[in-house]
Ligand binder design. Structure first.
Ligand code: FES
Ligand SMILES: [Fe+2]
Length: 338
């Protein structure tokens, strides 16, 4: 019901984490296209369209045999490049390419498996937001089962601080006691960045626990479906989160998050546990909010939004999502109350 964002098919997007992918076929969907992923005999990740080219049985129902996926209907077998390498019941030569399944471009990097549905001659390589996978930092990934909501609303949610006093009351901020925060919205041709500066830390207990003496945070939208947030103290990073809201269909997305922290005294596993203790309840709250919102949008046959003075990010976000380039500008700092 809501169009996919512009350029989605030409964008590298995560579809699973490396640790989720084994020799067992994994079924995924990206922008309405069913995919099957598996590891070949050498452990290399492969992605094919999840449709047997013979009679269109889903390959993800099959099994990987000697590194090639076997369709359970008539037993045709396809290697990681999609080539048909076996047709049971005939001794005639098989034209691997003509009878092959459609291969999907794939790159496995920094613990996640990225695919792209269409090539982009302008941008052949996978380009990720800064810090993601940087060897001087600790990282961990987290993924979620799909949420029944629109990726655009999830992007707006993660860029929007005003819901935190309500939806995350007590965790991130509190509803009863607000404080002044300076918000600056910076438009770039290919993204929008929102900077928050404040003299006191947020009052939610998780914010206090995790962020230390944070003074500044920056959220940036990388079209079409990626967000990166950085929380900074005086001259250094305390936390960074990169989130991908990957549309499976027009009304369902799968979220992937990578958390990045500077290497330091605390071991990576401990930081992971501390961060997850915070992220899990926040995600439960956001999921509920987004699914309630989507159910209402669906009941009325589509969204009809009115934006107020707290929605400064909505217009640049929506324009970028639709594939427009923005004229560079700076709006702020404006004082808001969070
Ligand atoms: S449908 Fe797959 S082998 Fe026939
Ligand atoms: Fe939220």
């Amino acid at each position: 019901m809501t169009p996919f964002p512009a350029g989605l098919n030409r964008t590298w997007l995560p579809v699973c984490l490396s640790r989720e992918l084994t020799a067992k076929p994994l079924s995924r969907q990206l922008a309405g296209v069913p995919l099957v992923l598996f590891r070949d005999a050498k452990g290399a990740a492969a992605a094919l369209e999840d449709r047997c080219p013979h009679r269109n049985y889903p390959l993800s129902d099959g099994k990987v045999v000697d590194g090639a996926i076997r369709c359970p209907y008539h037993g045709w077998r396809f290697d990681g490049s999609g080539g048909c390498i076996e047709i049971p019941g005939t001794s005639e030569a098989v034209n691997a390419e003509r009878l092959g399944a459609r291969r999907i471009e794939l790159v496995e990097r920094h613990g996640a498996v990225f695919v792209r549905l269409e090539p982009d001659p302008q941008q052949p390589d996978l380009v990720l937001p800064p810090l993601l996978g940087d060897p001087d930092h600790d990282h961990f990934w987290w993924s979620q089962p799909p949420w029944k909501a629109r990726a655009l609303d999830a992007l707006e949610n993660i860029l929007d601080p005003f819901h935190t006093n309500f939806v995350h009351d007590g965790l991130i901020r509190v509803s009863g006691k607000r404080q002044a925060v300076r918000q600056t919205v910076i438009q770039h041709a290919d993204g929008v960045e929102v900077v928050y500066e404040q003299d006191e830390p947020d009052r939610g207990w998780m914010s206090r626990l995790l962020e230390g003496d944070r003074q500044r945070s920056v959220g940036r939208y990388y079209p079409p479906v990626t967000f990166q947030g950085r929380w900074e103290k005086k001259d250094s990073l305390t936390l960074c989160a990169t989130a991908f809201f990957v549309p499976e269909t027009q009304d369902r997305f799968r979220g992937f998050g990578c958390w990045t922290t500077p290497k330091g005294r605390a071991p990576a596993w401990l930081k992971r546990q501390a961060i997850m203790a915070f992220v899990r309840p926040v995600a439960v709250q956001d999921r509920r909010a987004l699914e309630r919102q989507y159910a209402t949008i669906a009941a009325f046959g589509g969204p009809r939004f009115k934006s107020g003075p707290t929605d400064r990010v909505t217009t640049p976000l929506t324009r970028l999502y639709q594939g427009e380039a923005l004229e560079p500008s700076v709006d702020g700092p404006n004082t808001i109350w969070l």
